[in-house]
Design a protein around this ligand. Sequence first.
Ligand code: C2G
Length: 130
Amino acid sequence: MKRIITFGTFDIFHIGHINILERAASLGDYLIVGVSSDALNFEKKNRFPIYNENDRKKIISSLSFVDEVFIEESLELKKEYIIKYHANTLVMGDDWFGRFDWVKPACDVIYLPRTPSISTTEIIEIVRSI
Ligand code: C2G
């Protein structure tokens, strides 16, 4: 059985998120998703997500092609999560291209193209400007 793992914030859930999760699921038999914690987001982006981690986790858990969801507390723990969840392949969007190659002894790494013209940041900017 091929186990896929992927990570993300998935704030203000949109079609780009669905597309990458669907494509990640299609590469294996079991999809595990690490949802970035609120604190990790603050560290990375200097702002808290619009939806809190429990709500973001609940949204991702409700998708039919997602099998298991956990909260990702740190970017540096990638390899530990991969081992803990027995993942064979790490899938990330290509905005992260090359950034997680260091986990490669633990599993394969695949970067998939992002869905063009949509992002959480753009949605926030559009809503702000209305
Ligand atoms: N994504 C995409 N197309 C978009 C927007 C996002 O394919 N138009 C993908 C990203 O490439 C990522 C996933 O959707 O693989 C989640 O995106 P974000 O919520 O922006 O995740 P991020 O904050 O980059 O967190 O450990 C890594 C981090 O947790 C990733």
